[in-house]
Design a protein around this ligand. Structure first.
Ligand SMILES: O=P(O)(O)OC[C@H]1O[C@](O)(CO)[C@@H](O)[C@@H]1O
Length: 559
C-alpha cells in the first residue's frame, strides 16, 4: 500500500490514509535494519575503509560527516526512498508555496519567506507576502541604526545603552541563542528575560539605568502570561526610575508581535511595533521581527547575512535531489535510529561555547514541533515520533554526562558541532592552542564513541582482570559531525535552517503536524485557574495539589 502525501483530510476526520509504517518502503528499511542491527561501526569501517571520504555532504559553509553512522549506502538509498514515499518533496514544495500545511490552525508555514530575496513573490490567500517582509526588515534596520548610532534617545535625552528582550519560548530562545552565539559580532549589550520567576527580571535589571534601557517586548500573540507579567513589571520599574511620566514609555518600549490590538492595549505605541504574521511559527521566528534584539546587537548588515545563511540552506532543501540533500539525509538518519533502532534521545553537543544555548533552542524547535501522538488525520500515529533532544557544549559535557553515553545502557546518537576558528579577543597563539584542544576533543569523542575499546585492548594494557569490564567501551555509538570555519551570522543561520528542515522532513515522514503545539495549552489553563484560587475559593483539586496549594498559601510573601 502506498502512502498518499496529497491526501489532507480535515483534522477531526477519521483515518483513510495508510500509515507510513504500512508502506513497502518502510518494510524495506526494516529488512535492512534486521541485517545491520548487530553490525558494529568497527566492522562497517573495516568493510568500507574509505567511507569517510564518501559519506559526507556540504551545504553552504557546513561540512557534514555522516560516515560514523550505523548504515551503508544501501540504507541511505532505502531511507531516501522512504522519504519519497512519505511525500517529503511534496511537503517541501507545499511549504515553500505557502500552502496551509499547518492544518489544525489552517495556516501557511512560511519562515522561508522571511529570508527570501526582495525580488521573489510568495502569495498567501491572494496576497504577496514578500513586500511585507522586506518593509518590516527595512523598518527594523532603520530603527536599529538609530538606536545603535545614538540617535534614538531615551526620556531624558540620553542614548540607549542596554536592550532588554522580554519574551518566552520562540520569542526568547532564538534571539537569546543567536545573541550569545554572535557575541563576537555584537556591539550592543542585550539581556533576555523570559521566566515569570521574578528572579529573571530582577537579576537582569540589576545595574541598569532606566534612562538608557530599551525594552523589546517580543510576543507573537501578546497574550502570553509570562511575557505580559514581566513587561508590566518592567514598565513599573521604568516609570519609577523616571519619575512616573508615562510619556517615557514610547521611548523605552517597542513591541514585536502579530497582535497590534494587544500591543496598543498594553500601552505601547503601534508605531513602535514591528510586525510579523501568523504564518511564522514562534519556534521558527528568529528571522522575523522577533530577531530585532539580534539586529540591534550585530547591526542590519549582520542580520542580513544571518538571513542569507538560512536562505542558502532553504535553497539547498528546495533544489537538491533527496539523496544529496543534507537536511533530508540527517532527518532520515534520525528516523533510522528513532523508529528502527528505537533510540529515544538525540544529543546535540556543540564544541563551541558560543553555541551554548543551541541545544536549548533545538529542544523547542524539535520537541514542540514533533512531540506529537496523532497524525494529520487525528488518528494515533503507528510509530514513535520526535526524540528527546538535549545537550550541552563540549568539552564541558565530557566531564559530566558523557559517561552515560560511553558506558550506559541507552544508545544516544549525537551531533558534534565544531567551529574551527573561534572569534576571541586573545592573542592568536593562545586562541589557536585552545582551538586545537577543542577540536582534538571533538574528534576524539567521535572516534571513542564509534570504535570504543574492547576487553582485549584493555587486557593488552595490563589492566587487572577485575577492572577489565569497567574499562571496556562498547562503542558503536553513532555521530554526525558538522564543521564550519567560523561562527559568522551566515553560518549560524545555516545551522538553524539545517535543523528546521530536519524537523520538517521528519514530521512529513511521521505524517504529523510539526507546526502546531496544542500540548502546551492545558497547563496554561490550569495555571490561570490556580492563580485565581490563591486568594480566592478553593477549586476542585486532587488531594495532592490541594495540600501543595495550601502549603504555598501559608508560606507565601505577605503584602
Ligand atoms: O510569542 P508568544 O505568543 O508570546 O509565545 C511564546 C511561546 O509560547 C508557545 O506558544 C508555547 O506556549 C510557543 O510556541 C511560543 O514560542
Amino acid at each position: 500500500m502506498r502512502y498518499n502525501p496529497h491526501h489532507r483530510p480535515p483534522p477531526t476526520a477519521g483515518s483513510t490514509m495508510p500509515a507510513i509504517t504500512d508502506t513497502t518502503e518502510w518494510a524495506a528499511v526494516a529488512r535492512l535494519h534486521a541485517t545491520l542491527a548487530d553490525t558494529h561501526l568497527r566492522q562497517l569501517f573495516a568493510d568500507d575503509p574509505d567511507r569517510g571520504g564518501r559519506l559526507h555532504g556540504t551545504v553552504g559553509d557546513l561540512y557534514v560527516d555522516v560516515a560514523k553512522h550505523r548504515l551503508t549506502d544501501e540504507v541511505l538509498d532505502a531511507l531516501v526512498a522512504l522519504a519519497a514515499a512519505a511525500g517529503v518533496p511534496e511537503k517541501v514544495a507545499a511549504m515553500f508555496a505557502g500552502e496551509p500545511i499547518n492544518t489544525t490552525e489552517d495556516r501557511a508555514v512560511l519562515h522561508t519567506a522571511l529570508r527570501a530575496p526582495r525580488d521573489t513573490s510568495i502569495v498567501v490567500d491572494g496576497h504577496d507576502v514578500i513586500p511585507d517582509v522586506h518593509a518590516v526588515l527595512d523598518r527594523m534596520a532603520a530603527f536599529a541604526e538609530r538606536v545603535r548610532g545614538g540617535e534614538w534617545r531615551g526620556h531624558d535625552g540620553r542614548p540607549i545603552e542596554t536592550v532588554v528582550n522580554i519574551g518566552i519560548g520562540g520569542s526568547d530562545l532564538g534571539p537569546a541563542m543567536a545573541y550569545r552565539a554572535l557575541a563576537a559580532h555584537a556591539t550592543m549589550d542585550c539581556r533576555f528575560v523570559s521566566n515569570v520567576d521574578a528572579a529573571d527580571l530582577s537579576r537582569n535589571l540589576a545595574g541598569l539605568d532606566p534612562a538608557t534601557t530599551l525594552f523589546v517586548i517580543a510576543s507573537k500573540t501578546f497574550t502570553t502570561i509570562e511575557t505580559i507579567t514581566n513587561a508590566s513589571s518592567a514598565r513599573d520599574w521604568l516609570l519609577e526610575g523616571l519619575g512616573g511620566d508615562r510619556g517615557a514609555i514610547p521611548k523605552h518600549f517597542v513591541a514585536l508581535s502579530t497582535n497590534a490590538e494587544g500591543v496598543a492595549d498594553f500601552g505601547i505605541d503601534t508605531d513602535n511595533m514591528f510586525e510579523f504574521w501568523d504564518w511564522v511559527g514562534g519556534r521558527y521566528s528568529v528571522g522575523s521581527a522577533i530577531g530585532l534584539s539580534v539586529m540591534l546587537a550585530i547591526g542590519p548588515d549582520g542580520f542580513r547575512d544571518f538571513l542569507g545563511g538560512m536562505r542558502t540552506v532553504d535553497e539547498h532543501l528546495r533544489d537538491t535531489p533527496l539523496r544529496e540533500n543534507v537536511p533530508v539525509l540527517l532527518a532520515m538518519i534520525g528516523i533510522w535510529y528513532r523508529n528502527f533502532f528505537g533510540f529515544p534521545t538525540h544529543a546535540v553537543l556543540p564544541y563551541s561555547h558560543d553555541l551554548a544555548r543551541f541545544p536549548a533552542y533545538l529542544q523547542q524547535l524539535d520537541m514542540e514541533s514533533n512531540g506529537k501522538r496523532v497524525g494529520l488525520d487525528g488518528q494515533p500515529v503507528t510509530t514513535d515520533t520526535g526524540p528527546i533532544v538535549w545537550g550541552e557544549p563540549g568539552t564541558n559535557g565530557q566531564h559530566a554526562f558523557y559517561q552515560l553515553i560511553h558506558q550506559g545502557t541507552t544508545t544516544v546518537p549525537c551531533d558534534l558541532i565544531g567551529i574551527v576558528t573561534p572569534d576571541v579577543d586573545l592573542p592568536a597563539d593562545t586562541a589557536r592552542s585552545h582551538a586545537d584542544q577543542l577540536i582534538a576533543n571533538l574528534l576524539a569523542q567521535g572516534e571513542a564513541l564509534a570504535f570504543g575499546k574492547t576487553a582485549e585492548e584493555v587486557r593488552a594494557e595490563g589492566v587487572d582482570e577485575a577492572l577489565v569490564a569497567h574499562k571496556t567501551f562498547p562503542g558503536n555509538i553513532p555521530t554526525t559531525t558538522i564543521l564550519a570555519d567560523r561562527l559568522t551570522p551566515s553560518v549560524l543561520g545555516q545551522l538553524i535552517a539545517l535543523y528546521e528542515h530536519r524537523v520538517l522532513v521528519q514530521g512529513a515522514v511521521w505524517g504529523i503536524n510539526s507546526f502546531d503545539q496544542w500540548g502546551v495549552e492545558l497547563g496554561k489553563v490550569l495555571a490561570k485557574r490556580i492563580v485565581a484560587e490563591i486568594d480566592g475559593a478553593d477549586g476542585d483539586h486532587d488531594s495532592s495539589t490541594a495540600m501543595l496549594l495550601q502549603r504555598y498559601r501559608d508560606a507565601r510573601l505577605q503584602p
